[in-house]
Design a protein around this ligand. Structure first.
Ligand code: 9D3
Length: 280
């Protein structure tokens, strides 16, 4: 949404969610899975629940088993060539996706698989530009290769660890993509996104009580001096990022003051017993 729209919104004092809804189609997610029930609790929680209520996203769950045609509703079979484990049969997956989305589907068809490229905020942001996205969740040892070759357009993993299926990864993708949609986080620009959030790690947060088990909230946060508080938070964010994710500093937008602070950190590291950077 353009910033001009924001100005108009602000001028007429309109709530962003309802305005966005009035002029935008919801983004549509179609999820193909053997376990549709695991999605409901998460989709009915917090931000995703509200995004659906506001008409910003629409989630359609499809049980692949409903598209089997045999008496026993079988969705898997033994691998040709032998070996352990079971493989997801192609027919119910093709039938499900094509009967819901047509043939060929107009939107990307994403297979969640350990063999996919690793999901990140850039991919989420790209998908958030689309009107619709289909997600296929694998189970068992794998999925018949013809599904990848002739139905799937994109393969995604969420990281290097073994999960039991593609359901949690599909929820991860759905959640991350939704957060980029205008209005989902309450901002009509969708500007509060992970590319901003990932610029630097966050500063430490505190809430009441001011003392808990003898542990004090940093005095500066109680000072009421907003300039000092802003500077302290910025320095804490820089310190944390420098300690834990120095890779992020290379892409971050840094002021002269930021760079001077980082220089002090670096020289404190090189000369640990000089200077007054006790906290470093
Ligand atoms: C134990 C079977 N593995 C043999 C090397 C292959 C395997 C198949 C299916 C491992 C995991 C799975 C189920 N996982 C997913 O479908 C999955 C996943 C994951 O496990 N980790 C990170 N991202 C994803 S996206 C889908």
């Amino acid at each position: 949404m353009s910033r001009v729209f924001n100005k108009i919104l602000a001028f007429f004092n309109l709530e962003s969610g309802s305005f966005v809804r009035a002029i935008m189609q919801p983004m549509r997610f179609d999820i193909f899975t053997l376990f549709p029930e695991v999605f409901q609790p998460y989709l009915q929680t917090s931000i995703l629940e509200r995004a659906q209520q506001k008409g910003l996203i629409e989630v359609h769950l499809h049980n692949i088993r409903d598209y089997t045609t045999d008496k026993h509703h079988i969705t898997d079979d033994e691998p040709y060539g032998g070996g352990g484990g079971m493989v997801m049969k192609p027919e119910p997956i093709f039938a499900a996706v094509e009967s819901v989305l047509g043939s060929p589907p107009a939107c990307p068809v994403v297979l969640l698989t350990p063999q996919g490229r690793t999901f990140n905020y850039r991919i989420a942001q790209e998908y958030a530009q689309l009107p619709a996205l289909a997600l296929i969740c694998g189970r068992y040892e794998g999925i018949d290769e013809r599904v990848r070759e002739h139905l799937v357009t994109d393969e995604l993993s969420i990281g290097d660890y073994v999960l039991s299926g593609g359901e949690l990864p599909a929820l991860v993708v759905l959640d991350a993509v939704s957060r980029f949609l205008p209005g989902v986080l309450g901002d009509p620009d969708g500007a509060t996104d992970d590319s901003y959030a990932l610029g630097l790690l966050e500063y430490p947060h505190y809430t009441r009580p001011a003392e808990f088990r003898g542990w004090q909230v940093p005095q500066v946060l109680l000072s009421g001096d907003h300039g000092r508080i802003a500077r302290w938070r910025r320095e804490q964010a820089l310190l944390r990022t420098w300690q834990r994710r120095p890779d992020l500093l290379e892409k971050a937008t840094l002021s002269g003051e930021d760079q001077a602070f980082l220089e002090r950190l670096r020289s404190a590291q090189e000369n640990p017993f000089q200077g007054d950077n006790d906290e470093v």
